[in-house]
Design a protein around this ligand. Structure first.
Ligand code: FES
Length: 247
């Protein structure tokens, strides 16, 4: 395949960025999108140019490190797929592909396509945990009975990999789908009840401090989420928040 890549280049958060053109040849359709960028970077290094900085880690769709807005869509054109699991066979030879970072004031650009998603870590630290008594014997996991529907709901919410595509997809840069997933994961489990009174309030308060926008129910977050996290989690978050406020 032959492609023209139009990639956002930005030396640092303090400098202005711009789109630059990179024609590329000999791309195998079975390469992943990130492998295609590896090929480009090897060419740039061979030519004595600065390689394109982009985030990645597991390359198996589980860690949430990869990002990229591809042709205007966070994680690209495939539904329920992370950038690292996207393959070049989804494109045609001769295509022009725009590659940009996740855009949000709360995710400042560090370099090129890498953004700082530390805001999500701070939201997690504000309430995305459970208290466990670690003294004495370890309690067998099966000793706490959990109804199957609750376990399923908790598991579906826990599938969130915290990549931030929901924020990048939202016209308001809202982080409600992420926070909703993290709150409902625990709200459905008995282990999550210890902090249930303050969890939603603390996480929403940190989300607001980080500057994320409000949810206006457009559903772009769910449509672009690589793990297809449901909007139901936002409803659960709203219920948990209200419950905390009135009890
Ligand atoms: S690199 Fe881990 S999810 Fe893509």
């Amino acid at each position: 395949m032959e492609l023209v890549l139009k990639i956002w280049r930005q030396k640092s958060g303090q400098t202005k960025g711009k789109i630059q053109n990179y024609p590329i040849k000999n791309i195998d359709p079975d390469m992943s999108f990130l492998e295609m960028l590896d090929v480009l970077n090897q060419q740039l290094i061979n030519d004595g140019e600065e390689p394109v900085a982009f985030d990645h880690d597991c390359r198996e769709g589980i860690c949430g490190a990869c990002s990229l807005v591809i042709n205007g869509a966070p994680h690209g054109p495939d539904r329920g797929t992370t950038t690292c699991q996207l393959h070049m066979r989804k494109f045609q030879s001769g295509d022009t592909i725009y590659i940009e970072p996740f855009r949000s004031n709360s995710f400042p650009v560090i370099k090129d396509l890498v953004v700082d998603r530390g805001a999500f870590d701070r939201i997690q630290q504000a309430g995305g945990y459970v208290s466990v008594n670690t003294s004495g014997n370890t309690v067998d996991a099966n000793a706490t009975p959990i109804p199957k529907p609750n376990a399923d709901e908790a598991f579906n919410a826990a599938a969130c990999i915290g990549c931030g595509a929901c924020v990048a997809a939202c016209k308001n840069s809202s982080a409600m789908l992420f926070v909703g997933a993290k709150v409902s994961q625990y709200a459905h489990l008995p282990q999550g009840q210890v902090e249930s009174k303050e969890r939603a309030i603390n996480m929403v308060s940190q989300m607001d401090k980080e500057g994320f926008g409000n949810c206006t129910n457009t559903g772009a977050c769910e449509a672009h989420c690589p793990k297809e996290i449901s909007l139901d989690n936002i409803m659960k978050l709203n219920r948990e928040y209200l419950k905390s406020k009135i009890t």
